[in-house]
Design a protein around this ligand. Structure first.
Ligand code: NAD
Length: 285
């Protein structure tokens, strides 16, 4: 499929990433449909997109006509069977089997031409593709958080991905105003592989009582980083960040430098998932 043939975009998962991706898609003029298994997530996504657009208006980056057009372009649905589009971008939990199951269902109800893209942070595209009937139309389209602000998108080809589909996906990301780069299908791709140590090593420092979360954040921020590792994990989602570390630890054959942290495991067990749950390393209530 070529860029000019794309008229509609479907998003699976209305969480932290799905809502921002839906906003970018609708702003680029595509009829956008977003699906989630939780009604509450769809409501939250609607509020988040409206809030982001209002902030954009305050900053002079969006006008009220664009805001209304963007909102009119998005439909919120809770039945996967209705998700039919030219491109579908998946942004659900970072679990291989969940992603394979969703794409397998989508393959059955969509045309052969539909491009299937995954926003996975760490799972090799080849592994997801291996569970599909037509792995050649699966591509990685990795946005960064917040998706409506961060410019970079990594476009990843699995072993079977059709190069034309990867090229169209890159053009689509550019149409959404992003800077797209082609990345190899290696666990964590490029940015997450580098960034993993930012989180893992900071958690080790906290575990060893060398410094606490706030001290680490304050020091790292005063050295020029926009956000310290703990504030950033709260923004990303402590659960999502933990799943990504676990997935990379597995993919790199238990290389100790990717070892997940017990502190982070405990936060996940307690439901302290960061900003989205009101509490993570910091309290947002
Ligand atoms: N959070 C980040 O900073 C970030 C950045 C880049 C990529 N990602 C990737 O994006 C994906 C989503 O992450 P997130 O942070 O948005 O997660 P999230 O927890 O904020 O949202 C996930 C959403 O998926 C929904 N969901 C779960 N199972 C589903 C299913 N079977 N069908 C439909 N919806 C389902 C949940 O209800 C939830 O609303 C992950 O693969 C993650 O690795 C995350």
């Amino acid at each position: 499929m070529k860029l000019n043939e794309i008229k509609s975009i479907g998003i699976v998962g209305a969480g932290t990433m799905g809502s921002g991706i839906a906003q970018m898609s609708a702003m680029a003029g595509y009829k956008t449909t977003i699906f989630d298994i939780q009604e509450a997530a769809l409501d939250k996504a609607k509020t988040a997109v409206t809030k982001n657009l209002d902030k954009g208006i305050d900053k002079g980056k969006v006008n009220s006509v664009q805001k209304e057009a963007c909102l009119a372009n998005i439909s919120f649905i809770s039945d996967l069977e209705e998700l039919k589009a030219d491109v579908i971008i998946e942004a659900v939990v970072e679990k291989l089997q969940v992603k394979i199951d969703i794409f397998s269902q989508l393959e059955k109800i969509n045309s052969d031409k539909t491009i299937l893209a995954t926003n996975t942070s760490s799972i090799p595209i080849t592994q997801i593709g291996a569970g599909l009937q037509k792995p050649e139309r699966l591509v990685g389209m990795h946005f960064f958080n917040p998706a409506h602000i961060m410019k970079l998108v990594e476009v990843i080809s699995g072993a079977a991905t059709n190069p034309e589909i990867a090229a169209t996906t890159k053009s689509l990301a550019e149409k959404m105003g992003k800077k797209a780069v082609m990345a190899k299908d290696s666990p964590g791709f490029i940015v997450n592989r580098v960034a993993r140590h930012f989180y893992v090593e900071s958690l080790k420092i906290a575990e060893e009582n060398v410094a606490n979360f706030e001290q680490i954040d304050r020091l790292v921020e005063s050295s020029g980083f926009k956000m310290g590792p703990f504030r950033l994990m709260d923004l990303i989602g402590v659960d999502t960040n933990f799943s990504v570390t676990k997935s990379m630890f597995e993919s790199f054959y238990h290389d100790s430098k990717f070892r997940p942290s017990r502190i982070q495991q405990q936060k996940v067990d307690a439901g302290h998932h960061g900003r989205k749950s009101g509490k993570g390393f910091y309290d947002y209530n």
